[in-house]
Design a protein around this ligand. Structure first.
Ligand code: V47
Length: 369
């Protein structure tokens, strides 16, 4: 084993935390397989050979957005040919009884009223009580708070009352003022994003976290991002998962090609080693592709997200992956990686698959505390 990996392995054995310097060095370590082995070992100590997935649906009620971030192909302006806005009935039409989770995020819409957002959740909850609602990035929560003159706490509490159970991790991009100024100058920065997640955690709303990588950020900026998440997690314990999102160049072309497979696997592995306090590391098959996401389960990841149904954000940027996967395909990707598929809910509680939707047997385990 190369000396750097040897040193990191010894630290892990002593339960010592990795430093920023360790993490930056790991991004440059030539022995990718050795790095993956270390991260895989840490994953197995925590989760054995289990790998999680969820039967879910992404719903993006509108792509009309008041912002125009340089890296985003999804957002547009009203009146453009690709602009769309869903009614609550159209949102409901995308829900179905076999779903465990809906993941709802969208553009910052210029003039939908507050009642639209609350009514949407009430309608989902009334018609599909078994579906858990994971919705709105911190960017949207900040927007609602300013637009409707509510505190972040009031926004979150009102959503909680109508069925919100978790916040997704989007909108974090990369916690660097340099990159923010260049790519998303009008979007909230790290302090506000972290503060909104802190408030959510204090209200008992668990959240996810993300990192957008493979554009103009440096390894040092990626590492700083991970450490900011680790610090907040030390304080609140409210993050369920971390999801590295590989930038899809699409038409924005901030860079001409997407990060390669080695970069994807390295980022997953380093996240598992640095984020020793975030239980789940998600290999998002939409951005990584199915095959690399499957391999990532041996590089520290323990989750593949879900069936998704209709992915629009990355596909607006020409992502090469399918827009949806079946339960059987997810289970296959997990088994091919030598892991055991475990169906979970939005809060990562394992559950038995409903009989009628199970296409192939999947090992089920009882809910853990
Ligand atoms: O915040 C936008 C990113 C995020 C592009 O919490 C892009 O379970 C790559 O956060 N290329 C939204 N990324 C998606 C997201 C997410 C996805 C899956 C699961 C969860 C979860 C959260 O997508 C945005 C932004 O960082 N994004 N455009 C692009 N061209």
């Amino acid at each position: 084993m190369e000396p750097l990996l040897e040193r990191v392995a010894q630290k892990l054995a002593r339960r010592e935390r990795l430093t920023r310097e360790d993490a930056v060095a790991l991004f440059r370590a030539p022995d990718l397989i050795g790095l993956g082995r270390l991260a895989g070992q840490v994953k197995r100590e925590r989760w054995g050979d289990r790998a999680h997935f969820v039967i879910n649906r992404q719903i993006n009620p509108s792509n009309v957005c008041v912002l125009s971030c340089r890296f985003c192909d999804f957002a547009t302006k009203r009146g453009r040919p690709n602009a769309y806005e869903m009614t609550i009935q159209e949102v409901l039409a995308r829900c179905s009884p076999e779903l465990r989770e809906v993941h709802i995020v969208g553009g910052l819409h210029p003039d939908w009223p507050w009642t639209y957002y609350l009514e949407m959740f009430r309608a989902i909850h009334a018609n599909f009580p078994q579906i858990q609602i994971k919705a709105w990035t911190a960017v949207e929560i900040d927007y609602f708070s300013k637009k409707f003159r509510l505190t972040v706490e009031q926004v979150l509490r009102q959503f909680q009352e109508v069925g919100l159970v978790a916040l997704p991790g989007g909108g974090a991009e990369v916690f660097s003022e340099r990159v923010r100024k260049a790519l998303y100058p009008f979007k909230i920065g790290a302090p506000r994003w972290l503060d909104i997640h802190r408030t959510a955690h204090q209200l008992g709303i668990p959240t996810n976290s993300t990192l957008l990588y493979g554009h103009m950020e440096t390894h040092e900026e990626r590492v700083e991002h991970l450490f900011k998440l680790r610090e907040l997690q030390d304080e609140t314990g409210g993050f369920m998962s971390f999801i590295p999102l590989a930038y899809q160049p699409g038409r924005t072309q901030v860079v001409s090609r997407q990060a390669g497979a080695t970069e994807d696997l390295r980022t997953i592995a380093i996240a598992r080693l640095v984020l020793d306090n975030i239980p789940h590391i998600k290999a998002y098959w939409v951005t990584m592709g199915e095959e690399i996401a499957s391999v990532a389960l041996q590089f520290g990841a323990d989750d593949l997200d879900g069936t998704i149904g209709e992915e629009r954000i990355m596909h607006a940027a020409d992502a090469a992956s399918p827009i949806s996967l079946t339960r059987a395909r997810l289970a296959e990707l997990i088994r091919e990686a030598g892991c055991t598929p475990v169906e979970r809910d939005a809060l990562y509680r394992p559950m038995e698959p409903p009989e009628q939707t199970s296409e192939i047997p999947i090992v089920a385990c009882r809910a853990e505390s």
